[in-house]
Design a protein around this ligand. Structure first.
Ligand code: NAP
Length: 248
């Protein structure tokens, strides 16, 4: 019978953007199930070190690795560092993301390209880098952190909508290709979650407009990530965790 919680002892997980917010909570949650966790960061070196320290204090294994996951050479170096120090990646959580709040009249080509690179291309680069190893071992879990903005109006801007809708397309595409090889690929789509990224949403009192009447907590997203990592029969899905913001 399958375990009700994932047992990731002897597995290695990579969480992109693990230094803060949802990535931080997800790194700690994966470590609590036994995985050695690579905590990727770009700027927040101290925060990433704190996540590693928290995991180690609880008896786990973790490593902080700097990389801009929107840049192919950085991703290559990131995966090499993890393989050398922890082992090959079994669980990939493509969480790193950016959200510049800008309306259609002021959105520039530069911001559009940057958002697509950080939110979408990064997931392609990281997946391509770890997939051959997962296929050869016939086991892998990939979770892409999408957003309610992939399917709803969203609050950030159309560049963000497009990046997250693309991420869900990427999820379904990969899922269909590797399902027979012991690898699942899913998306978790948060609604507004109480992190640095949600600063403008807090200022606009978005919580009042949600059916549950509050923002989500990072651990509520981490819990959904653990759920799909632990379930080999869920693949190609988007799990919405959004306080009732939408019912699709
Ligand atoms: P956050 O608190 O702003 O944290 C963003 C994380 O991404 C940081 O760890 C940051 O690293 C990392 N990051 C950004 N660009 C990167 C890059 N190029 N390379 C590597 N790391 C990079 O955001 P969050 O709210 O936790 O968001 C996490 C994910 O959830 C994102 O994909 C976001 O779109 C999605 N999401 C969030 C919400 C929400 O309301 N918070 C809602 C829906 C979806 P450094 O700090 O080290 O630079």
């Amino acid at each position: 019978m399958p375990a009700l919680m994932p047992i990731l002892t002897d597995r290695v997980a990579l969480v992109t953007g693990g230094s803060r917010g949802i990535g931080r909570a997800t790194s700690i949650a994966l470590a609590s199930t036994g995985a050695a966790v690579a905590v990727n960061y770009l700027h927040s070196e101290n925060e990433a070190a704190n996540v590693v320290a928290e995991i180690e204090r609880a008896g786990g294994r973790a490593l902080a690795v700097r990389a801009d996951v929107s840049v192919a050479a950085d991703v290559t170096a990131l995966i090499e560092a993890i393989e050398q120090q922890l082992g090959p990646v079994d669980v990939l959580v493509n969480n790193a993301g950016t959200a510049t709040f800008v309306d259609i009249d002021h959105l520039t080509e530069v911001e559009f390209d940057r958002t697509l690179a950080v939110n979408l291309k990064s997931a392609f680069l990281c997946t391509q880098a770890v997939l051959p190893g997962m296929r050869s071992r016939r086991w892998g879990r990939i979770v892409n952190v999408s957003s309610a903005a992939a399917r709803g109006p969203g609050l950030v801007g159309i560049h963000y909508n497009a990046s997250k809708a693309g991420l869900e397309g990427l999820t379904r595409g990969y899922a269909s290709k590797v399902a027979r090889e012991g690898i699942t690929v899913n998306a978790v789509a948060p609604g507004p979650i109480d992190t640095d990224m949600a600063g403008p949403l807090k200022a606009a009192n978005v919580a009042d407009r949600l059916p549950v009447g509050r923002l989500g907590e990072t651990e509520e997203i981490a819990q959904a990530v653990l759920m799909v990592v632990g379930n080999a029969f869920i693949t190609g899905q988007t799990i919405s965790v959004n306080g009732g913001a939408s019912f699709i």
